[in-house]
Design a protein around this ligand. Sequence first.
Ligand SMILES: [Zn+2]
Length: 367
Amino acid sequence: MRELTRRSVMALGLGSSALAASGRIALAARPQRTVVVMFDGFGMEYLEGSAMPVLKKWASEGIFAPVKAVMPSVTNCNNASICCGTWPSEHGVIGNSYFNQKTGQEDYMEDGTLLLAPTIFERAKTHGVSSALLTSKKKTTTLLGRGAEIVLAAETPSPEWETRLGKAPGIYSREINYWIFEAALNILADRTDIGLIYVHTTDYPMHMWPPEATESQEHLAKIDTLLQRISQAAPDAAVLLTADHAMNFKKRCWDLDRALEARGTPVQISISAERDKYVKHHRGMGGAAWVYLKQAGDLDKVRTVLSGLDGVEAVLTRAEAAETYNLMASRIGDLVVLGDKDTVFGDLDVPMETLPQASVLMAPYMN
Ligand SMILES: [Zn+2]
């Protein structure tokens, strides 16, 4: 990729007359096409533990930097931050779930009205660029789809797309990620008017298999060949790949409602920020929880009890957490509880459960 492609031309800042004089490239009347891949759950361990020759070549020849996830490091907040280019304090997506104080219900964060910042698709549109949101998971379309001309979820594909690409594999599979990449390739070939494609995979394969597992190696090798096909199908395009979070095995889960009740400090509700509809991956357990008090006066004693639980790394007030992690204060709990590397929070039948060795991998609260 060292020849004079549109990418390097843009980087060099050559004017169009210089380009025409070079005779080596057709002039483009529109901006460079861009593919953003949000490779869900693709933590550094997966990159380091796999061959992925195409991606590693890009990393060495292009731009590469390990970065931290936004907090809490669950899919929705990071997907929204990647898609909007802002902190959760601005776009307002603070988890896969949140406590809707108007209804008194624990709701999934899937409704686009909860997203308070412009999406990359809306921003592209203001520059005359049409875009496509392609995702394995349906929830991404309702949360982030605003402004995209093409919106496709492999989980609920239209008959037209299945005619074009074949039947979409199930949501709990590796193959669904390959299918959504095929959709991107189809658009790159047939819809050259689309200037921006955002591809969001599912992290089901990472939740199921550690980096060294054969299933994981096969998944990453296949994705690598799909990346190569993207660069071949659209050599003009910039391809940007990032992830939302990493993951690791967890040893224990706390049900904070039950644990606090049992210690004489009941609360209104506790919510795992990880909880979403895709429970097969992680049972809704995650390393960050919001705790809503019954009354403000309970704060100190509840905080003290939470701090004493095995595996609780930090307990912050709403203001402390919003300040430290750029969260939207109005959407998080009175207290924010963070587990250590081994600890998650979720709904159980008992206050605490020791998780089996073979437990699925889960996202830590931050990495
Ligand atoms: Zn994820």
